[in-house]
Write a protein that binds this ligand. Structure first.
Ligand SMILES: [Fe+2]
Ligand SMILES: [Fe+2]
Length: 138
Protein backbone atom coordinates (compact mmCIF):
# COMPACT_ATOMS: atom_id res chain seq x y z
CA UNK A 1 0.00 0.00 0.00
CA UNK A 2 1.26 3.46 -0.94
CA UNK A 3 1.61 5.45 2.24
CA UNK A 4 2.47 9.14 1.98
CA UNK A 5 3.26 10.19 5.54
CA UNK A 6 3.93 13.86 4.70
CA UNK A 7 0.59 14.20 3.05
CA UNK A 8 -1.05 12.61 6.11
CA UNK A 9 0.79 14.99 8.46
CA UNK A 10 -0.24 17.98 6.33
CA UNK A 11 -3.86 16.91 6.44
CA UNK A 12 -3.71 16.55 10.22
CA UNK A 13 -2.32 20.11 10.52
CA UNK A 14 -5.16 21.26 8.27
CA UNK A 15 -7.62 19.41 10.55
CA UNK A 16 -6.19 21.04 13.70
CA UNK A 17 -6.53 24.50 12.07
CA UNK A 18 -10.14 23.71 11.10
CA UNK A 19 -10.98 22.62 14.65
CA UNK A 20 -9.51 25.83 16.09
CA UNK A 21 -11.38 27.93 13.53
CA UNK A 22 -14.74 26.24 14.09
CA UNK A 23 -14.59 26.63 17.86
CA UNK A 24 -14.03 30.41 17.54
CA UNK A 25 -16.79 30.62 14.93
CA UNK A 26 -19.30 28.75 17.12
CA UNK A 27 -18.44 30.98 20.09
CA UNK A 28 -19.19 34.00 17.88
CA UNK A 29 -22.46 32.39 16.73
CA UNK A 30 -23.62 31.76 20.31
CA UNK A 31 -23.08 35.48 20.97
CA UNK A 32 -25.39 36.32 18.02
CA UNK A 33 -28.49 34.90 19.73
CA UNK A 34 -30.27 34.73 23.09
CA UNK A 35 -32.44 31.75 22.14
CA UNK A 36 -31.48 28.94 24.57
CA UNK A 37 -32.44 26.15 22.12
CA UNK A 38 -30.18 27.59 19.42
CA UNK A 39 -27.33 28.11 21.89
CA UNK A 40 -27.73 24.53 23.15
CA UNK A 41 -27.34 23.09 19.64
CA UNK A 42 -24.26 25.17 18.82
CA UNK A 43 -22.72 24.40 22.23
CA UNK A 44 -22.62 20.66 21.40
CA UNK A 45 -20.37 21.37 18.43
CA UNK A 46 -18.39 24.02 20.32
CA UNK A 47 -17.53 21.52 23.07
CA UNK A 48 -16.64 18.74 20.61
CA UNK A 49 -14.21 20.86 18.55
CA UNK A 50 -11.77 21.28 21.44
CA UNK A 51 -11.90 17.51 22.06
CA UNK A 52 -11.19 16.93 18.35
CA UNK A 53 -8.32 19.43 18.37
CA UNK A 54 -6.68 17.53 21.24
CA UNK A 55 -7.28 14.15 19.57
CA UNK A 56 -5.63 15.31 16.32
CA UNK A 57 -2.80 16.81 18.38
CA UNK A 58 -2.26 13.42 20.03
CA UNK A 59 -2.34 11.64 16.65
CA UNK A 60 0.19 14.13 15.26
CA UNK A 61 2.44 13.51 18.24
CA UNK A 62 2.20 9.73 17.81
CA UNK A 63 3.12 10.04 14.12
CA UNK A 64 5.94 12.57 14.40
CA UNK A 65 7.09 12.75 18.03
CA UNK A 66 6.47 16.50 17.83
CA UNK A 67 4.05 18.48 19.99
CA UNK A 68 2.20 20.88 17.68
CA UNK A 69 0.13 23.85 18.85
CA UNK A 70 -2.03 25.91 16.51
CA UNK A 71 -2.74 29.39 17.93
CA UNK A 72 -6.40 30.34 18.43
CA UNK A 73 -7.37 32.43 15.37
CA UNK A 74 -8.17 36.05 16.27
CA UNK A 75 -9.70 37.42 13.07
CA UNK A 76 -12.07 34.95 11.50
CA UNK A 77 -14.69 35.80 8.85
CA UNK A 78 -17.75 37.75 10.01
CA UNK A 79 -21.40 37.03 9.23
CA UNK A 80 -24.26 39.48 8.78
CA UNK A 81 -26.79 37.11 10.29
CA UNK A 82 -26.90 33.93 12.33
CA UNK A 83 -28.68 32.25 9.41
CA UNK A 84 -25.74 33.03 7.12
CA UNK A 85 -23.35 31.57 9.70
CA UNK A 86 -25.51 28.46 10.07
CA UNK A 87 -25.52 27.92 6.30
CA UNK A 88 -21.75 28.24 6.16
CA UNK A 89 -21.46 25.82 9.11
CA UNK A 90 -23.49 23.18 7.26
CA UNK A 91 -20.95 23.46 4.44
CA UNK A 92 -18.00 23.54 6.88
CA UNK A 93 -19.06 20.41 8.73
CA UNK A 94 -19.55 18.59 5.45
CA UNK A 95 -16.04 19.62 4.31
CA UNK A 96 -14.62 18.43 7.65
CA UNK A 97 -16.18 15.00 7.09
CA UNK A 98 -14.56 14.84 3.63
CA UNK A 99 -11.11 15.80 4.95
CA UNK A 100 -11.31 13.39 7.90
CA UNK A 101 -12.36 10.54 5.60
CA UNK A 102 -9.19 11.21 3.60
CA UNK A 103 -7.17 11.11 6.84
CA UNK A 104 -8.89 7.86 7.86
CA UNK A 105 -8.05 6.30 4.49
CA UNK A 106 -4.34 7.15 4.88
CA UNK A 107 -4.07 5.52 8.31
CA UNK A 108 -3.16 1.95 9.14
CA UNK A 109 -2.96 2.06 12.96
CA UNK A 110 -6.21 0.77 14.47
CA UNK A 111 -6.19 2.96 17.58
CA UNK A 112 -5.67 6.11 15.47
CA UNK A 113 -8.36 5.00 13.01
CA UNK A 114 -10.79 4.52 15.92
CA UNK A 115 -10.12 8.10 17.06
CA UNK A 116 -10.67 9.54 13.58
CA UNK A 117 -13.83 7.43 13.20
CA UNK A 118 -15.19 8.93 16.43
CA UNK A 119 -14.41 12.45 15.15
CA UNK A 120 -16.12 11.76 11.79
CA UNK A 121 -19.22 10.53 13.63
CA UNK A 122 -19.28 13.71 15.77
CA UNK A 123 -18.97 15.95 12.69
CA UNK A 124 -21.85 14.13 11.02
CA UNK A 125 -23.87 14.82 14.16
CA UNK A 126 -22.90 18.54 14.01
CA UNK A 127 -23.99 18.58 10.38
CA UNK A 128 -27.40 17.29 11.48
CA UNK A 129 -27.67 19.87 14.27
CA UNK A 130 -26.94 22.75 11.87
CA UNK A 131 -29.53 21.41 9.41
CA UNK A 132 -31.99 21.43 12.32
CA UNK A 133 -31.01 25.03 13.19
CA UNK A 134 -31.48 26.01 9.55
CA UNK A 135 -35.01 24.60 9.65
CA UNK A 136 -36.03 26.40 12.86
CA UNK A 137 -34.43 29.75 11.90
CA UNK A 138 -35.93 29.81 8.40
FE1 LIG B 1 -14.48 18.88 14.97
FE1 LIG C 1 -17.81 20.04 13.90
Amino acid sequence: MYYNLNSLNDKIIEAMKAERHDRVKYQMMMEMTSDPEVIKQIKFAYDDEIKHYRMFQQIYYQLTGRQLDIPIPTNIEKYNSLMEAVQSSIEGESEAVDLYREIFALMTNKQMRDMVFEIITDEQEHFGRFIYLYSILK
